[in-house]
Every structure is written in C-alpha cells, then in structure tokens.
Design a protein. Structure first.
Length: 299
C-alpha cells in the first residue's frame, strides 16, 4: 500500500467531531501548572463528565459508601488531574476497539498508561526532554494500532497472520503490508489534529528512536517507557517498594541505555516515582482489591 493511500484514508477518519479541539485543550491544561479542576471541567463533553463521575463514585476512591459525588469539580479533585487526563485522552478511541478480541482494550489502556508514566518519571528525574510532551506522547504512542484495527480491516488480518504464522514482529509485518508502522500512522493522525511535534515525533519513532531528527530526547524517552511497559506486571503486589524494585531490576539498565550514568539517588527516585504512579494506575483500572493475572502488553 502506498503512503498516499494511507493518508487519504486517514483524512476520512472522524473519531469525534470535537475531539481534535478537546484534545488540544486537555493537553494545554496538563501542561499548565496553574490549571485547576474547574479548568478541566470546562472543556469536558457530557460523555467525559459522566465517566469522571462514575470513577469518583467507585470503591477505589473510598466514596461509594458515603455521600454520592455529583459535582464534576469535586469528582476531578477526588480522582486527580493526571489520572483523568489519561482517561480523557483515550476515551474517543475506546469505542473503536470492538469486542471481537482483535484488540484487547484493557491491555491497550494499561500499556499506554504505564508508558506515559514511565516516560514522564524518567524525563523528570534525569531532567531530559520535555516531561509534559513525553507523558502525552507515551499515553498516545500506540493509537496508530487502533486506527489500523478499525479502518484497515484486511491489512490488520494480514499483519496478524504474518506475526502468528511467519514469525514477523508486528513492526516488520506492518512495514511489509502498509509500508509504514503504527507509529507513523498515529503521528500522521495527530499531526492532522495540530498536535505539536514535541509529541508527534515521539509517537512516530517510538520503535526506532534513532530515526528521529528533531525532538530526539522525547523520542528516546517514549521508547524507554514503551520498553518498560512491556515487561512490568501489574499483577505483582504493589504494597512493597522493595519488592517492586526486586521484581523490576531491568528498569535501570534500560534507562542507562539513554546514555546516563544513573546515581543511587536517581535510581531510588525513578523507582519511587514509577511505583507510586503504578499503584494509581492499578487502582484506576481494576478498582480496590482487584488483581489481574496477565502482563501489560502493547505494540
């Protein structure tokens, strides 16, 4: 398939009439340290507001047995700005993942959230790249896979067959069938929506950061987040930081491939930052006291 054909099909995609504008506004709120719950509430459409209220009234946030939360601002304050941004940025795509088993919604969201979190923590701890851009890019890095699944049906099946029967990696199969991978497709769509290159470059090259010409640090950080998100297991007990460190010893060597010599202090900061946010992700996805027994996977 020629890339011009792919672009023509991408231009016909209408995920939600207002989504590009809403996405830009959500990103603006995330990047503004002075933003508040009220700022985020102002840009939510009814479906977003309903999901936020549902989350705020779940057992994980300790409100289900008390007074019901009915104010969107109150709900945002309870759930947290960062956790809500993770949900909001994925909401328009969730309906595109059908129930046929072709793309596992839960695994997809889990992997994307972990990638965004790890990318941001590494960026912040090592003071490399733009932590806001790598966070958003990490959250959105695999949206091209959803687009292939939803709008390139025959190609999706062929790609799956090559992976299953011929031993291709998914990226190799995508290149064989589409002449590009899901990173390129996702970046093209985000570019059409006027998402800045600090984000789209990282999405485009998250499997091949060496190809990035600009925003190279952002791209490398998202690649690091993606790699770690593939090996971390949320079914582990996250009650103990020591156990989390012991179970994820590969994390620091992956980070050091960026070219940094990670000090003991930075190593502890990295683990503490990721550990804390992983607990939030686990609670947000699974609720209080629930575990899943399979590993986080992504593209």
């Amino acid at each position: 398939m020629e890339r011009d054909d792919i672009l023509k099909r991408l231009r016909k995609i209408d995920v939600l009439p207002t989504f590009p504008a809403v996405m830009a506004e959500v990103i603006s709120v995330i990047e503004d340290p002075m933003s508040s719950a009220a700022d985020l509430a102002k840009i939510m459409d009814p479906s977003m507001a309903g999901e936020v209220l549902r989350l705020a009234n779940t057992a994980y946030y300790g409100t289900r047995n008390f007074r019901r939360i009915t104010s969107i601002e109150h709900a945002i304050a309870i759930v947290g700005l960062e956790q809500l941004s993770q949900i909001i940025l994925h909401m328009p795509f969730l309906s595109m993942m059908g129930g046929d088993g072709g793309l596992d919604r839960e695994k997809f969201i889990r992997h994307s959230m972990i990638c965004g979190i790890v990318s941001k923590v590494v960026s912040h701890t090592l003071r490399a790249g733009d932590e806001h851009a790598v966070y958003i890019g990490g959250l959105m890095h695999d949206i091209g896979a959803i687009i292939i699944y939803r709008y390139f049906h025959d190609e999706w099946k062929t790609i799956g067959n090559l992976v299953r029967d011929e031993g291709y990696t998914r990226e190799q199969a995508e290149e064989e069938v589409l002449s590009c991978d899901h990173g390129m497709i996702g970046a093209c769509l985000l570019t059409m929506w006027n998402i800045p290159r600090q984000v789209t470059d990282g999405v485009m090259h998250h499997h091949c950061p060496q190809k990035a010409v600009e925003n190279t640090w952002n791209t490398r950080l998202i690649n690091t987040g993606n790699r770690f998100a593939k090996i971390i297991d949320l079914s582990d007990n996250l009650a103990s930081l020591d156990e989390f460190i012991n179970n994820n010893k590969d994390f620091v060597p992956i980070v050091e491939e960026l070219g940094f010599e990670v000090s003991l202090t930075q190593e502890l900061d990295l683990f503490e930052g990721v550990f804390s946010l992983m607990k939030n992700v686990k609670g947000l996805l699974f609720g209080a006291g629930e575990d899943k027994d399979d590993q986080s996977t992504g593209c």
